[in-house]
Ligand binder design. Structure first.
Ligand code: PLP
Length: 357
């Protein structure tokens, strides 16, 4: 089966097999990872290895803390402003679609939020050019969503926000390509797309940005408190961290970020090339801003959506239904989706087009 879910999403088979092998007895400890104390030496080792692999793969500088938290990226929509907006009381948000809208709406509870730029005029099919951004030099941070999982737009460049820290929701494209972490003040991501199962939220935060939390910030969501406790102020999502560690090891063995980028570009090209020449299927995102992770596409006749999904399911291609906001289909093709999955999808699309076009 090829699983095109936007998240929780398909995981590398080798990782699932290893987890199954180790399920009842992790490395002769007599325990499942689920049964380990987070303060025991076994789990501390698992936790440290996952962090060190993430640091190595992403090239995270020593001046950044890596936090393994709970609450998801939607939790971070509140946790980020609670921790960072207090510096000046305001923040800039770039609105590129559904996920950035959610982020900026939530942030308004905690301070003054300005929309520095918006993709609304293009119905969120393009990322506003940096030259159109109106940045406030006194903002505490500038927030972007680096890949809009629903709309299928992705930044293929890093915004320059000067001295104001750049904050990115990277939930759906973290680990998909090399990035320069030093250009960001803070990166957060729910793990359930490219990194592992749901339940784990990764936060990568420059040390000097911590320590300005609003007094209302719950201790478990205070970055400084969690950083000082090595993410163990409260019980971390232990099993999700363990699986993320296996995924990270797998990604490293496959060649790391440069190899992922090549793999993801090749996959996306197969699908976009087909969409671009088809008169039956279409994708409306500006070419320069197309997501390599989430590819929404429409059938010329939406009345055929159900038949398309049913036929795909019969061929072992599942979870292709698009988000209700954009309708149609969406193929999420994260790191763990093999190119064979995308080729099989395109083959099926060709057949469907021949039949119904
Ligand atoms: N941000 C982005 C870009 C997402 O794709 C998602 C998807 O689930 C979320 C935020 C929400 O994350 P969570 O459900 O883990 O809170």
């Amino acid at each position: 089966v090829f699983n095109f879910s936007p998240g929780p999403a398909t995981l590398p088979e080798a990782v699932l097999r290893q987890a199954a092998d180790e399920m009842l007895d992790w490395h002769g400890s007599g325990m499942s990872v689920m049964e380990m104390s987070h303060r025991g030496k076994e789990f501390i080792g698992i936790h440290a290895e996952a962090e060190s692999l993430l640091r190595e793969l992403m090239g995270i500088p020593a001046s950044y803390k890596v936090l393994f938290m709970q609450g998801g990226a939607i939790g971070e929509n509140a946790i980020v402003p609670m921790n960072l907006i207090g510096k000046t009381g305001s923040a800039d948000y770039v609105n590129t679609g559904e996920w950035s809208k959610k982020s900026l709406k939530e942030a308004k509870t905690y301070g003054k939020v300005s929309i520095a730029a918006s993709g609304e005029a293009s119905n969120f099919t393009a990322i506003p050019k940096q030259s159109e951004w109106k940045l406030d030099p006194n903002a505490s941070y500038v927030h972007i969503c680096s890949n809009e999982t629903i709309g299928g737009v992705e930044y293929h460049w890093t915004p320059d926000t000067g001295a104001v820290p750049l904050v990115a929701d990277m939930s759906s494209n973290i680990l998909s390509r090399p990035i320069d972490v030093s250009k960001y003040g803070l990166i957060y991501a729910g793990a359930q797309k490219n990194m592992g199962p749901s339940g784990l939220t990764v936060v990568i935060v420059r040390e000097d940005l911590m320590g300005h939390a609003l007094p209302i910030t719950p201790s478990a969501f205070n970055y400084k408190t969690q950083a000082d406790a090595d993410s163990m102020y409260n019980t971390p999502p232990t099993y999700a961290i363990y699986i993320a560690g296996l995924v990270l090891k797998h990604v490293k063995e496959r060649g790391g970020m440069a190899a992922m980028q090549e793999h993801n570009r090749a996959k996306a090209k197969v699908l976009y090339d087909y969409l671009d020449q088809s008169r039956f299927f279409s994708n409306s995102v500006a070419r320069d801003d197309r997501s390599l992770m989430n590819v929404p596409f429409q059938l010329r006749d939406a009345a055929l959506d159900e038949a398309f999904l049913k036929g795909a399911q019969a061929k072992g291609m599942i979870q292709l239904k698009g988000h209700r906001v954009v309708g149609g289909m969406r193929a999420s093709i994260y790191n763990a989706m093999p190119i064979e999955g995308v080729r099989a999808l395109v083959q099926y699309m060709k057949e469907f087009e021949q039949q119904h076009g």
